[in-house]
Design a protein around this ligand. Structure first.
Ligand code: TYM
Length: 353
């Protein structure tokens, strides 16, 4: 039996029955629960999300279906998924003020992915930078799930009619293709989806590796001194930042091309302290050596991360609580997904019983 009820469009009444706050725009975004949260994910993503809780209708999910597009260990995925919920909450995503749910627990993501895949060309998917980069690493055996990755991402977003999608810069191309395919669906089957806007923070949108500031900070980096995790103890954070690669010029200003190491640290400082880049640069303009600057960056990062780590350690082992958060999120997300899927199924010509 189809799980989707026979409802063909959103009305104000329907929205109120779904706890959608009328007048508030819908924010949706997610993260792969692939392990420990690092400074890139914190500053490029969650830090912005938690500022939106009061002004938007916020849906935050864990993209566990995306996480299996690369080699992984099932038991670790299960553990990391609950860990990721704990990290979300520790970073300020208060489950009383937003919905937190798991992609694989809501029926609709993969169903909508299939339909959107039927109007997305293989050429478009093969041209996606992330597919090209990741498939280079895996070679011939690259799985088709990796090619389909952006279509699942489109489905995640369009299933909830998200107005705004906060992301780091690396996900921008995925948003562009989402808008493109949403528009194509609307043109083909009549107006259905809102065209989502990306939200990319002015600072923190691309945090780079501490040892190779031309590459993105990433948990898959073999050299772990390049990545600061929110679970790192304070002395480890300080050591990693003090050891960050810079240059020999001893002057502090932002120049991504010629001073990528210093520019990355400035970016980290600005995003961590919630200051503009201009103000951050002005603060260090008189220094003639890098050590005090790095100390200031380390102090700021530790001040930001310590309370998050403490909260994380407090709730990380409370599986019952974390599952209850996911259950509440799932219930609400499923209601919304059902409505959208009923609408989409009708538009594409599937029979609803
Ligand atoms: P993921 O799990 O790779 O990253 C989660 C978020 O963190 C941002 N991010 C960074 N920002 C700045 N500097 C970095 N070094 C850095 N590393 C990661 C990412 O841009 C992202 O916003 N495909 C997505 C998950 C996803 C999703 C979606 C997001 C699936 N469906 C729908 C939004 C909407 C991903 O793998 O993110």
């Amino acid at each position: 039996m189809l799980p989707f009820p026979k409802i063909s469009f959103w009305t104000t009444k329907e929205k109120s029955s779904l706890n959608v706050e009328i007048g508030k725009k819908v924010i949706l975004t997610g993260m792969q629960p692939t392990g420990k949260l690092h400074l890139g994910g914190l500053l490029g993503a969650i830090n912005n999300w938690q500022k939106m809780l009061d002004d938007y209708d916020c849906l935050f999910f864990l993209a566990d279906q995306h996480a299996i597009t690369m080699p992984y260990i099932p038991a670790e995925l299960r553990k990391n998924t609950l860990d990721c919920v704990a990290q979300y909450i520790a970073c300020g995503l208060d489950p009383e003020r937003c919905k937190i749910f798991l992609q694989s627990q809501v029926i609709g993501h993969t169903e909508l992915m299939w339909i959107l895949g039927c109007i997305t060309s293989v050429g478009q998917l093969e041209r996606m930078t992330q597919f090209k980069d990741k498939s280079k690493k895996v070679g011939e055996s690259v799985c088709s799930g990796l090619l389909y990755y952006p279509v699942l991402m489109m489905a995640d977003i369009l299933l909830y009619n998200a107005d705004l999608v906060p992301i780091g810069e690396d996900q921008k191309q995925h948003l562009e293709i989402t808008r493109n395919i949403a528009q194509k669906f609307n043109n083909t089957y009549s107006e259905t989806f809102v065209l989502p806007e990306p939200y990319i923070g002015k600072t923190g949108a691309r945090i780079m590796s501490l040892q190779d500031p031309t590459a993105k900070m990433s948990k898959s980096d073999k050299n772990q001194s390049t990545v600061v995790y929110i679970a790192d103890p304070d002395p480890v954070i300080r050591k990693k930042i003090m050891g960050a690669v810079t240059d020999s010029d001893n002057r502090i200003y932002f120049d991504q091309e010629n001073k990528p190491g210093i520019s990355n640290l400035l970016n980290i400082y600005a995003a961590t302290t919630d200051q503009s880049m201009e103000k951050s640069v002005a603060q260090f303009a008189d220094l003639t050596s890098y050590a005090p600057f790095k100390q200031a960056v380390a102090d700021a990062v530790i001040a930001k991360i310590s309370p998050i780590r403490n909260k994380y350690l407090e709730i990380a082992n409370d599986g019952k609580y974390l599952l209850s958060v996911l259950n509440a999120g799932k219930e609400e997300a499923q209601k919304r997904a059902n409505k959208m899927m009923a609408k989409v199924y009708r538009k594409v010509g599937f029979l609803l019983d």
